[in-house]
Design a binder for this molecule. Structure first.
Ligand code: SF4
Length: 316
């Protein structure tokens, strides 16, 4: 690991100011992804700003009937929260499908949203990767790409976003609250937080330099059946090959977002209008313009079957 300096901060805006001012600085909270990346020298920050003392660890009802989740709420606490379990079941289930108990105890809400891809070539500094080192190429294209993205991909990168939680937050229409280094507060719909790779796969989100996530707000709960179905190579501690977060109503209408298929949680609202017609129709719209590789073409039919299973469960 490369040497770095470290400090703790007490105010969100101070954290944002320092991160904007100090080049090559990073926020650290749970550190469940960042420390691994630092040990492998995939990330080499010169300065760490520890934000664990910011007091952003509360879960509070909002005046409009929604829920405000502090950026530092640990994944375990969020999954177990009474309101989350009763009113936002898809979120609780997605969280419990992620990582391991130990990691969920440490991982934070904001860190989960901003975690980096688990593309194995990104983690291997001996191999080309446009995300790690722009302009060097993409070892996954032409390499082993079974876990990689099938929609929203580019010629520069076919990595997926690894979060389960973010997929549930996308189906719940969450809003990300931030503070910028000038003290301005910003609200970002989750649909606009993560970027597709395009020609700049190293830029993964729309946050400015120094901009700190302070909370995630959920709108008032929508009723219906909340389902999170994750298909993976082993029963726990594995990332999704495909996952489906769904909220389905009695009349068959609903919402669907996908994990494991794109560089961001994947939702196509137009596809949801096809829900009463069944999984094939929804899948066709969700994966319109899919670009698969030899290794990951199976995800198209796997997703259709997973969606069918989710729709059947909702009807039962
Ligand atoms: Fe890097 Fe993206 Fe290619 Fe993986 S898919 S090697 S992260 S550029």
């Amino acid at each position: 690991m490369k040497a770095f300096t470290y400090e703790r901060v007490n105010l969100p805006v101070d954290a944002a100011v320092k991160a904007a001012r100090i080049s090559n600085s990073k926020f650290i909270a749970g550190g469940t992804n960042l420390l691994d990346l630092m040990k492998l020298q995939v990330e080499t920050p010169g300065h760490l700003i520890d934000i664990n003392d910011l007091g952003l660890d509360k879960i509070e009802p909002t005046t409009d009937g929604g829920l405000r989740i502090g950026a530092l709420v640990r994944n375990t606490d969020l999954a177990a929260h009474d309101i989350v379990r009763r009113k936002y079941g898809v979120l609780s289930r997605a969280l419990l499908a992620g990582a391991s108990g130990q990691l969920r105890n440490q991982a934070t809400t904001a860190g989960n949203l901003l975690q980096r891809t688990r593309c194995p070539y990104f983690y291997d500094t001996n191999l080309p990767c446009n995300k790690r080192e722009p302009g060097t190429g993409c070892a996954a294209l032409g390499g082993y790409s079974r876990n990689h993205a099938i929609v929203g991909v580019s010629d520069q990168c076919i990595a997926t976003h690894p979060s389960d939680m973010a997929v549930a937050m996308r189906v719940l229409d969450a809003t990300i609250e931030t503070v910028r280094s000038n003290g301005a507060i910003r609200s970002i719909p989750i649909a606009e937080l993560h970027r597709l790779p395009g020609n700049t796969p190293q830029i993964e989100h729309t946050l400015e330099k120094g901009e700190l996530i302070t909370a995630v707000t959920l709108p008032p709960p929508v009723g219906g059946m909340h389902i999170y179905r994750k298909v993976r190579d082993r029963a726990s501690y594995a990332f999704a090959l495909v996952s489906v977060a769904a909220i389905i109503q009695r009349d068959g209408s609903g919402r669907v977002a996908l994990g494991g298929v794109a560089h961001k949680p994947w939702r196509v609202e137009e596809a949801e209008r096809a829900l009463p017609k069944g999984a094939k129709a929804v899948s066709a719209k969700l994966l319109a313009n899919a670009r698969t590789t030899h290794d990951n073409a199976f995800k198209v039919s796997l997703l259709e079957r997973t969606l069918a299973s989710v729709i059947n469960e909702a009807k039962a």
